[in-house]
Design a protein around this ligand. Structure first.
Ligand code: C2E
Ligand code: MG
Ligand code: MG
Length: 752
C-alpha cells in the first residue's frame, strides 16, 4: 500500500493556539458581561461579542478548507455557524439604546437556519458512513427529540401561556423553537455517536456540549423574551459564545489524523438516548395524572413513548437482522453467508441447466499496517469504504458478506471460471482509486482466492477452505486473483509448517545476518554496512526476508528476531572495530519492535557490553512507525539520539507520512527507496524527483542515502546530484561477514 505524502498533521500545533485564543476571548467577554453596566456597551457587546461569534466561524471555515470542501457534513456545519454569526451581527446592529431588538426579526431567520443546516450536516454524515441501517438512528433521534420537546412543553408551557397574549403567538413560537431544535440536534448527535459503525469525529462530545449550552441559553432567552425583559449584555449571553467555542473544538479535530489520546472510543450505550427520552415522556404522563399539564406536553410525551415502542414491535425481525448483519459495514456477516449459501448452492445444483457457482474470498493486503500505523478508527473507515465499493462493483445476483477483520466473501450464482475471474478483476479495479480517510489518502489492494462449485467443493465450508488456500497463493505470488488448483492444497499446510519451523529456527540459531556496504559518493570510502536477515532453512536453503518476515510479524515473533539480529550485528561490529574497520552498522527495526519502550536502554546496554560507541550503531525505521504515534516515536527517537545512536528513515517516500516529521523528529539520515532510484536513468521525471529530494534532505540538515543503485550510470548521476551515500548491487549484494572482509580488502587493494 502506498500513499502520497499528504496529511494535515503538520498544521495541528500551528493552529492549536487559535483554540486557546478563542477560549481566552470567551473568558474576557464573560468578565465584560459580568462588569456590564446599564444599556449596551459598545466594546463588550459589539467588539468582543462579535469576535466570539466570528472566531469560531473562522475555525469552521478552516476545517472546511482543510478537508478540501470534500466533506459535506463539515461544509453544512460551517454554513450553519456562519448564518448564526451573521444573524448575531445583524441583531447587534439593529438593537436600540436599551440593548433590545425587535423580535422576531430578520436575525431570527439566520439563527433558525442554523438548525436545518446542522441537520443537513448530520444527514450528510450518516449518508457518507452508512447505507440502509440509518433508520434506527433516525428513530432513536426522533424519540430523543420528542422526549426533550415533551419536557420543555411541560416546563415552559404554563409560564409562557400566562405571559403572552394571542397577538404574540409568532414570537412565542419562534422563542420556543430554539431550545426544542437545540435538543433535537443533541438527541440526533447522541443517537449517531452511540450507533455502532457511525462516528461523529473524535470530539463529538464537544459538539453536544456546545448545543447544550445553546439550549440552556435559549430556554432562558425564551422565558425572558416573551415577558419582554431580554436585552443584550446579560451574563447569559456568554453561554452562546461558550457553546460556539465548544462546537469549534469539535470541528477543529475533524479530518485530522488522530494524535495520542483516544477520545472517540467513548461510545454511549446504543439505548441511552431513547431510554432517557422514554423516561422523560413517562415522567410527564405520570405527573400529568396529578397536575394539569399543557395539552402539547401530554401529546408529545405520548408520541415519545409510542415511537419508542416501534422497535419492540419489530423486535423479532430486528434481532434476526442484527444477528445476520455486520455491525461495522452493514453487510451480511459470516452467519448470514452460512445460512443463505445452502439454498443458493442447491438451486444451482437442481437447475435444469447445470449452473455453476463461485465463491470469492477477498482479503486486503497489509490492512494490519493501516490499523497499526493510522489507528483502528481509520482502519474501520477503510473497511466501510471498501465494502461500499465492493457492493457497487458486484453484479446483482452476487452475495457479499464480511467474514471478519479485512476478509470479505462473495457468492456468485451462475458463474464459471471465466465469469468469476472477471468479477474478481472488477473488484480489484474498484479498489484502485485511493481512499480518503480523515484527510489522508490511502491506497489498498486485495488478494482474491476463488473456488468453484461444484467441482471444488460441495458445501460452503469446502469452498471457503479452498478459496482460502487460493487466496494465500494470490497473496504470496502478488497476482491479485487466483483460482484454486489442487496443488494449492499444500500451500496452506506449508504456511502452518513454516510457522512451526520458524519457532525452531529462532531457537536453533538458523538465522544469518548478511551485510551490504554503504559507500560515500564523495570519497568512495565504505562508511558503513546494513545488516539484513536471512534464514538458513535446513531443507529450503537460504530464505530472503520477503519469504518469512510477514509470518514473523503475524505470529508475534518480531521481538525475538530483532534481538537476534541486533546481537549478531553488534558482535560483528565489535569484531570489525577490533580489526580496525570503523564501520557503522545499520539494523532494521520494524514498527512493532519499537513499541517496546525499554528498547533504547536495552540497545545501549548491548553496545556498551561490547565496548562499542553508540555512534557505531544506526537504526533504520520506517515512516509507518513515525506515523503511528508521534509522541511515542518522539520519545523513543529522542532517547536513542541522546545516547548517540543514529536514526535513518528507511524506504523513504513510500509510507503514509507527511513530511512534517522531518522537521520535528530527531533523524540523521534518509534512505531513498529504490523504487525512486531504479527508474532514474531512463526517466527524466524520476531523476528530477530524486534530485529535488536530495536537496530537501540537505536543506533540513539530513544525509541522503540512495538505495537500489544497480548501475555505474546511476552511481555517477547520484554523485552529481550531491547525494551523500549509495547502497546497491552495483557495489555489492548483501553478503556474509567473511565475504565482506574479502570484498573490503579487494577494494582497498584496487584503490592503491
Ligand atoms: P531494506 O531495509 O530496504 O533493505 C534493502 C533491500 O534492498 C535488501 O533486500 C537488499 O538486498 C535490497 N537491495 C539492495 N541493493 C539493491 C539493488 O541494487 N537493487 C535491488 N533491486 N535491491 C537491492 P532484503 O535483504 O531482501 O531485505 C528486504 C527488506 O526486509 C529490507 O528492506 C528490510 O525492510 C527487511 N529486513 C531485512 N532484514 C531485517 C531485519 O533484521 N529486521 C527487520 N525488521 N526487517 C528486515
Ligand atoms: Mg533497511
Ligand atoms: Mg529500504
Amino acid at each position: 500500500m502506498r500513499a502520497p505524502l499528504r496529511d494535515t498533521r503538520s498544521r495541528l500545533r500551528a493552529d492549536r493556539w487559535l483554540i486557546w485564543a478563542m477560549f481566552a476571548l470567551v473568558a474576557v467577554y464573560t468578565v465584560g458581561l459580568l462588569l456590564h453596566g446599564e444599556g449596551p456597551n459598545a466594546f463588550v457587546d459589539v467588539v468582543l461579542g462579535e469576535l466570539t461569534q466570528w472566531v469560531p466561524a473562522a475555525v469552521f471555515w478552516m476545517a472546511t478548507v482543510r478537508t478540501g470542501f470534500r466533506r459535506p457534513d463539515v461544509l453544512f456545519a460551517t454554513l450553519a455557524v456562519t448564518f448564526n454569526s451573521a444573524a448575531d451581527t445583524y441583531y447587534v446592529f439593529s438593537m436600540d439604546a436599551a440593548g433590545q431588538a425587535p423580535f422576531p426579526s430578520p436575525a431570527d431567520i439566520g439563527y433558525l437556519l442554523f438548525y436545518p443546516l446542522m441537520l443537513a450536516a448530520l444527514v450528510a454524515l450518516i449518508r457518507s458512513q452508512m447505507r440502509g441501517l440509518a433508520w434506527s438512528v433516525l428513530l432513536d433521534s426522533a424519540v430523543g427529540a420528542l422526549g426533550s420537546a415533551a419536557i420543555l412543553a411541560a416546563l415552559l408551557g404554563p409560564v409562557l401561556s400566562s405571559a403572552i397574549d394571542e397577538s404574540e403567538a409568532l414570537a412565542t413560537g419562534v422563542a420556543v423553537a430554539y431550545p426544542i431544535f437545540d435538543l433535537l440536534l443533541v438527541a440526533a448527535i447522541a443517537g449517531i455517536a452511540s450507533s455502532p459503525g457511525l462516528t461523529m469525529g473524535p470530539r463529538w462530545i464537544y459538539l453536544v456540549g456546545g448545543l447544550l449550552f445553546f439550549a440552556a441559553a435559549d430556554v432562558v432567552f425564551a422565558l425572558l423574551e416573551v415577558s419582554g425583559s431580554y436585552f443584550a449584555g446579560l451574563p447569559m449571553d456568554a453561554a452562546w459564545a461558550f457553546g460556539l467555542a465548544l462546537m469549534a473544538v469539535w470541528v477543529h479535530a475533524i479530518g485530522r489524523p488522530r494524535s495520542g489520546r483516544v477520545l472517540a472510543d467513548t461510545k454511549t450505550p446504543a439505548l441511552f438516548v431513547p431510554a432517557v427520552a422514554v423516561a422523560a415522556g413517562l415522567g410527564v404522563l405520570v405527573v400529568g395524572t396529578q397536575i394539569v399539564q399543557p395539552v402539547a406536553a401530554v401529546v408529545l410525551a405520548g408520541l415519545t413513548v409510542s415511537l419508542a415502542a416501534i422497535p419492540l414491535v419489530f423486535r423479532h425481525r430486528l434481532l434476526r437482522r442484527q444477528a445476520r448483519t455486520d455491525d461495522l459495514t452493514g453487510l451480511p456477516n459470516r452467519r448470514a453467508l452460512y445460512a443463505d449459501a445452502p439454498a443458493l448452492l442447491t438451486v444451482s445444483r437442481v437447475a435444469a441447466r447445470q449452473r455453476q457457482c463461485a465463491l470469492l474470498l477477498l482479503d486486503l493486503d497489509r490492512f494490519k499496517e493501516v490499523n497499526d500505523s493510522l489507528g483502528h478508527d481509520v482502519g474501520d473507515q477503510l473497511l466501510v469504504q471498501v465494502s461500499g465499493r465492493l457492493s457497487a462493483a458486484l453484479p446483482r445476483n452476487a452475495m457479499l458478506a464480511r467474514l471478519g477483520g479485512d476478509e470479505f466473501a462473495v457468492l456468485l450464482g451462475g458463474a464459471g471460471e471465466a465469469e468469476a475471474m472477471a468479477v474478481a478483476l472488477g473488484l480489484s479495479d474498484a479498489l484502485e482509486t485511493p481512499f480518503v480517510l480523515e484527510g489522508l489518502s490511502v491506497q489498498t489492494r486485495a488478494s482474491i482466492g476463488i473456488a468453484l462449485f461444484p467441482e471444488q467443493g460441495h458445501d460452503l465450508s469446502d469452498l471457503l477452505r479452498r478459496a482460502d488456500m487460493a487466496m494465500y497463493k494470490a497473496k504470496a505470488t502478488h497476482v491479485g486473483a487466483h483460482i484454486y488448483r489442487s496443488e494449492d492444497d499444500s500451500h496452506g499446510d506449508a504456511r502452518l509448517r513454516t510457522l512451526q519451523e520458524l519457532r525452531l529456527a529462532l531457537g536453533q540459531d538458523q538465522l544469518r545476518v548478511y551485510y551490504q556496504p554503504k559507500v560515500s559518493l564523495l570519497t568512495g570510502a565504505v562508511t558503513g554496512v546494513e545488516a539484513l536477515v536471512r534464514w538458513q532453512h535446513p531443507e529450503r536453503g537460504l530464505l530472503l526476508p520477503e519469504d518469512f518476515l510477514d509470518l514473523v510479524e503475524e505470529s508475534g515473533l518480531m521481538h525475538s528476531l530483532t534481538r537476534i539480529v541486533l546481537t549478531k550485528a553488534l558482535d560483528q561490529a565489535a569484531e570489525w572495530h577490533a580489526s580496525g574497520h570503523d564501520l557503522t552498522i545499520a539494523v532494521n527495526m520494524s514498527a512493532s519492535s519499537l513499541v517496546n519502550i525499554d528498547l533504547p536502554q536495552q540497545i545501549i546496554g548491548m553496545a556498551t557490553e561490547r565496548g562499542l560507541a553508540a555512534s557505531a550503531l544506526m537504526l533504520e525505521i520506517t515512516e509507518d512507525f513515525l506515523m503511528s504515534d508521534r509522541e511515542r516515536a518522539r520519545s523513543v527517537l529522542t532517547r536513542l539520539r541522546e545516547a548517540g545512536i543514529q536514526v535513518a528513515v528507511d524506504d523513504f517516500g513510500t509510507g503514509y507520512s507527511s513530511l512534517s516529521y522531518l522537521r520535528e523528529l530527531p533523524i540523521d539520515e534518509l534512505k531513498l527507496d529504490r523504487s525512486f532510484v531504479l527508474p532514474m536513468n531512463n526517466d527524466a521525471k524520476a531523476a528530477a524527483l530524486v534530485a529535488a529530494t536530495i536537496d530537501l534532505a540537505h536543506s533540513l540538515g539530513l544525509r541522503m542515502v540512495a538505495e537500489g543503485v544497480e548501475t555505474g550510470a546511476a552511481y555517477d548521476e547520484l554523485a552529481r546530484y550531491g547525494c551523500d551515500h549509495a547502497q546497491g548491487f552495483f557495489m555489492s549484494q548483501p553478503i556474509p561477514a567473511a565475504e565482506l572482509d574479502l570484498w573490503l580488502n579487494a577494494r582497498r587493494l584496487a584503490e592503491r
